[in-house]
Design a binder for this molecule. Structure first.
Ligand SMILES: Cc1cc2nc3c(=O)[nH]c(=O)nc-3n(C[C@H](O)[C@H](O)[C@H](O)COP(=O)(O)OP(=O)(O)OC[C@H]3O[C@@H](n4cnc5c(N)ncnc54)[C@H](O)[C@@H]3O)c2cc1C
Length: 431
């Protein structure tokens, strides 16, 4: 085992969307940056699976108050509204950052289907029209779930599956260093201030001590390694090490859940379905009754458990009666999107999502979105020298729920982190 000692202005721990944004913005502000990821930055983290993000713009007819009201009602009135404003208003500049880095989005023109339909899951049929919209050009935006309370926000779709590899390239282009397979286990402190971190290479076993004037926790969510695919990597180490170093956490009492097919780790509701043009998603309880519409204002991760709690479980997904052969091309195209593997996983479990009836159960995921290392709107934690961003940070911007805004959320947060050139100089005292 070799001991390696490094020194930098900014150490970013975690290379998902949040970590990449933090690294890029810090490097662009003039800092020397090291980003470490316990896996391979560009292919790990929840960010790899995200396929869409929220996008607000007044010029395209969006009303800030309506959006805020939606956040507040879905967030059960305990949201941090300062953060809601950041998330909503900074979604556009962060989207433009992603376009400028080389990530294409689905364009509006040429899109089939009826974007913004009143169907709870929208009816957005994917087209081939993917590209780099001009600043004033509205990309294809759709309403994810149009229900009584969820009717204002609009969502855009990443146009490629491997967007995180584009982010990796962008990080490297700024001159930042990426340490792949280096898992950070502890923060270093000196005189009540975070002064770096220690970890090891998961392949070679080399031990790392990295001194840093500022450290950013961007290690993603805290999961119980659940059977919902994609989030098993993140076990909350960032939150734990921040807590051990003396930082406050917030919102940790809120858990998240997702509906998972009993026979395999795949979810099946809404994504694969609406985008292939199907307008009716039928979910029934143990009595054979459709119950979704009755409580459509509730997020499914609250509404479905209530149904089981009433004694009406288990929950089944009913067949769509969709001819796979007739739509082979569309399904193959869908499989190339970030969440395409959902259909493949069901296939491998011997379930035809289009023609079989199958059971789904509520899978508790851990603290995925609401809580984490408590930060103010400059991403500062309660420990000097320590910042947090993305799913590992605690902003309470959605209250206890997940409002399907994850990627937009972490991008907006991270740009805050390094927005002003002097954000890090407070701690870096360069020269
Ligand atoms: C299947 C799936 C689909 C989703 N779809 C969407 C969507 O369509 N739209 C949306 O807005 N949101 C979506 N989300 C949520 C969204 O992906 C997350 O909110 C967002 O990606 C979080 O980004 P992040 O950078 O904070 O964390 P992550 O992307 O999870 O990155 C964390 C990184 O930290 C690294 N790491 C962890 N611990 C350590 C350590 N100790 N040392 C070094 N590195 C470490 C990990 O390897 C990982 O690369 C989805 C999530 C999943 C799982």
């Amino acid at each position: 085992m070799v001991e390696k000692r490094l020194s930098t202005d900014v150490l970013v721990i975690g290379g998902g969307l949040a970590g990449c944004f933090a690294a890029v913005k810090a490097a662009e502000a003039g800092a020397k940056v090291i980003l470490s990821d316990k896996n391979y930055c560009g292919k790990s983290g929840n960010s790899h699976f995200a396929r869409d993000m929220m996008l607000f713009r007044e010029e395209w007819g969006d009303n800030f108050k309506n959006w805020l009201d939606q956040f507040i009602s879905i967030g059960e009135y305990v949201n941090n509204r300062d953060w809601d404003e950041v998330i909503i208003k900074e979604s556009y500049p962060r989207y433009r950052d992603l376009v400028s880095w080389g990530i294409p989005f689905y364009r509006k023109r040429g899109m089939k289907g009826t974007p913004g339909s009143d169907h709870p899951y929208g009816n957005a049929v994917l087209s081939d029209d993917v590209g780099f919209p001009e600043p004033e050009e509205e990309p294809f935006r759709y309403h994810h779930q149009r229900t009584k309370y969820r009717k204002s926000t609009a969502i855009i779709k990443f146009g490629i599956r491997h967007k995180m590899m584009v982010c990796r390239k962008k990080v490297l282009s700024t001159g930042a260093t990426i340490l792949d397979r280096v898992m950070i286990t502890d923060l270093l402190t000196h005189n009540g201030k975070v002064s770096g971190a220690a970890g090891f290479n998961t392949v070679t076993g080399d031990f790392y001590i990295i001194e840093a004037k500022a450290v950013v926790i961007a290690t993603g969510s805290l999961t119980f390694r659940p059977s919902y695919y994609g989030i098993q990597f993140n076990a909350g180490e960032g939150m734990t090490m921040a807590y051990r170093a003396g930082a406050e956490l917030t919102g940790m009492e809120f858990g998240s859940g997702m509906w998972v097919t009993k026979e395999c780790d795949s979810v099946c509701i809404n994504g694969p379905v609406a985008e292939l043009g199907m307008t009716h998603d039928s979910v029934t309880n143990g009595l054979g009754e459709e119950f979704l519409d009755a409580g459509a204002h509730l997020p499914t991760n609250i509404h479905w458990p209530l149904e089981v709690h009433k004694g009406n479980g288990p929950i089944y997904h009913e067949p769509y009666g969709y001819d796979r052969n007739e739509h082979k091309e569309a399904i193959e195209k869908y499989n190339e999107t970030a969440e395409g593997p959902w259909i493949t996983m069901l296939d491998r479990a011997g379930i035809d999502i289009f023609n079989d009836r199958f059971e789904q159960y509520m899978c508790f995921l851990g603290n995925i979105f609401p809580g984490g290392v408590k930060i103010n709107t400059n991403c500062e934690t309660s420990m000097p020298g320590l910042y947090a961003a993305g799913d590992s940070s605690g902003t309470n911007f959605t209250g206890p729920t997940y409002a399907t805004l994850g990627s937009g959320m972490c991008s907006a947060k991270c740009s805050r982190l390094c927005k002003r050139r002097d954000t890090f100089s407070t701690h870096t005292r360069r020269g």
